[in-house]
Ligand binder design. Structure first.
Ligand code: FAD
Length: 514
């Protein structure tokens, strides 16, 4: 008969109980003791007072808080099953290796993670485990498909268009449908100090009592509640069509806002996908990829696949699929963009929402990414990527880099002459500028006709609105008509000289923490 042994499930992403193959495998096959572990990495959390907003070097406060919420929720779900989350603090790979030995673990289970940083970390642990005779089980469950399978089906190369990706992918595996009543008990953890999930105020980020936090709270319970809420209106689901939808809707956003839950794996993408297909079956007529809601999940998998199959995906240099463009370096303009001080209310309101909420609508992301790069400021997409990476609660290595490559016309999309107007684009959706008034209260009394171009308001109007342009709110940092023409010209030149990133040395180490 089979020996009973100790098993560990190591949580990183995948912060959920439902559809969690690593957890399910860990508790099976005569598991006597189950050790559910999460390691808080001090390098991820350590306060960085030099960063442009409160938080650590890698992350602003909103995403850190979202993570802490998610851990607290996971702990309480595990406790209701007679288990608990074992929270440790330290450098993850060496710490996991130590506890594997000290807790006499026979089987280690963790979700496969395709990011370069994670691959390097996990290799250290897997090598150690294998050398110590510990079984390792590392299923793909963060995405619908296994990126490696798709790349193999495509002859070893990542498919570079959505259509070719969808054609290769087929139908995703179904989510696990087990429900647990009880999990095996947790074993003796010896001398290790187990932490309770800290509150954001306890992590040393200074006085954050005045911070305006994101209205979105992390965790599997919240994810499932939100999913249910989003899918209640079947008609809405069946008719969902992107990029239609109002980027200025903030009281009730036009999309599901499930991205941060997918990012941390509080929600399984396969479960989400299955729920969508159940609805499609029940209603009959519905939209299809790429515009449907299921199509959005396929976009996510598309970027994961290309990112996994492309060396130096997160930089221009050394990246084969990235156009080489001589972006300019201008710290002052970058800071104006980042801080919501460009003088274009539509752009600035989006950047303030991003800072406060850690989330903005897809088309809002389009607007500000285009403005920073090929539309107006001609600043490197990597700089914008860094700002998004820090501030977004859904900040995701593959998706963020993929979309910045897209919006800057560096890859995937090449119609650089199509530029979003920082004035008329937002106006189409929100002619009275309610979105701007909410996130830029300095402009709240500006009359409708000037709300998108306040610098054109006569001084008497500015005075009456108690907002003098150039004093209370900045003048535009560039003239859009001139700047966008200049950008088109520079993009045309860059495309004509047709550099490829292939033989240029890489600009960014792939083994950075994020
Ligand atoms: P919904 O429209 O409800 O879509 C459902 C899910 O589909 C999303 O939660 C997301 O997981 C996926 N999805 C939707 N759009 C895309 C897309 N274009 N690419 C890949 N997956 C998609 N999304 C992130 O999750 N993390 C990021 O770091 C990120 N960075 C971005 C940067 C830029 C410059 C741009 C233009 C877009 C970025 N996106 C990113 C993609 C997209 O804007 C968000 O996924 C979406 O707005 C999230 O809102 P939602 O959950 O309501 O989306």
């Amino acid at each position: 008969s089979r020996m009973e042994s100790n098993a560990m499930v190591w949580f990183r992403k995948g912060l959920r109980i439902h559809d969690n193959p690593a957890l399910d495998h860990a508790r099976r096959g005569g598991c006597a003791r189950l050790f559910p572990v999460f390691v808080l990495d001090p390098r991820y959390l350590e306060p960085d007072p030099t960063a442009f907003s409160p938080g650590s070097a890698r992350s602003g406060l909103n995403r850190i808080r979202f993570l802490l919420d998610s851990l607290a929720d996971l702990d309480s779900a595990l406790r209701s099953l007679g288990s608990r989350l074992l929270l440790l603090r330290g450098e993850p790979a060496p710490l996991i290796c130590r506890v594997l030995k000290d807790w006499n673990i026979g089987k280690l289970c963790f979700e496969f993670d395709t990011e370069p940083y994670s691959l390097a970390r996990d290799k250290q642990v897997s090598d150690f485990a294998s050398a110590s005779g510990i079984q390792v089980f590392s299923p793909v469950s963060h995405t619908l498909f296994n990126p490696a399978d798709i790349i193999e089906k495509n002859g070893g190369r990542a498919p570079l268009t959505y259509q070719s990706f969808v054609a290769l992918a087929g139908k995703p595996p179904e989510p696990l449908s087990v429900t647990y009543h009880e999990l095996p008990p947790v074993g003796d953890t010896g001398e290790y100090q187990l932490l309770s999930v800290p509150k954001i105020e306890e992590l040393g980020y200074g006085d954050i009592s005045q911070e305006e936090f994101s209205p979105f709270r992390g965790g599997e319970s919240e994810a499932l509640r939100r999913l249910k809420e989003s899918l209640k209106d079947k008609e809405w689901v069946a008719k969902f069509e992107k990029p239609k939808g109002d980027p200025s809707a903030f009281l009730k956003p036009a999309t599901t806002l499930l991205s941060p839950y997918l990012k941390f794996g509080c929600l399984s993408s396969r479960y989400f996908y299955q729920c969508l297909h159940d609805i499609y079956k029940s209603v009959g007529k519905h939209t299809s990829p790429p515009v449907s809601l299921a199509g959005q999940l396929l976009w996510r998998d598309f970027f994961y696949t290309v990112a996994f199959g492309t060396p130096n995906f997160d930089c221009m240099r050394g990246n084969k699929i990235c156009k080489q463009v001589p972006w300019r370096d201008d710290e002052e303009l970058l800071v104006a963009w980042r801080e919501g001080q460009t003088g274009y209310p539509w752009i600035d309101a989006i950047m303030i929402q991003l800072k406060k909420w850690g989330w903005v609508h897809h088309l809002a992301r389009h607007s500000v990414a285009c403005f920073l790069t090929r539309g107006d400021l001609f600043i490197h997409w990597e700089k914008g990527r860094d700002v998004f990476e820090r501030l977004l609660i859904d900040s995701d290595w593959a998706i963020n880099n993929g979309n910045w490559l897209w919006l800057s016309c560096s890859s995937f999309f090449y119609q650089y002459y199509r530029i979003y107007s920082p004035i008329s684009f937002g106006k189409k959706y929100d002619p009275n500028g309610n979105y701007i008034r909410h996130f830029l209260p300095v402009l709240k009394d500006m009359p409708n006709e000037y709300i998108y171009e306040p610098w054109t308001a006569p001084l008497s109007v500015q005075k009456k609105a108690r907002c003098i342009i150039g004093k209370d709110y900045p003048k535009p940092v560039v003239d859009h008509d001139i700047a966008s023409k200049e950008c088109r010209k520079k993009m045309a030149e860059a495309y004509a000289s047709n550099h490829s990133g292939e033989n240029v040395p890489s600009g960014r180490s792939s083994n950075v923490l994020r």
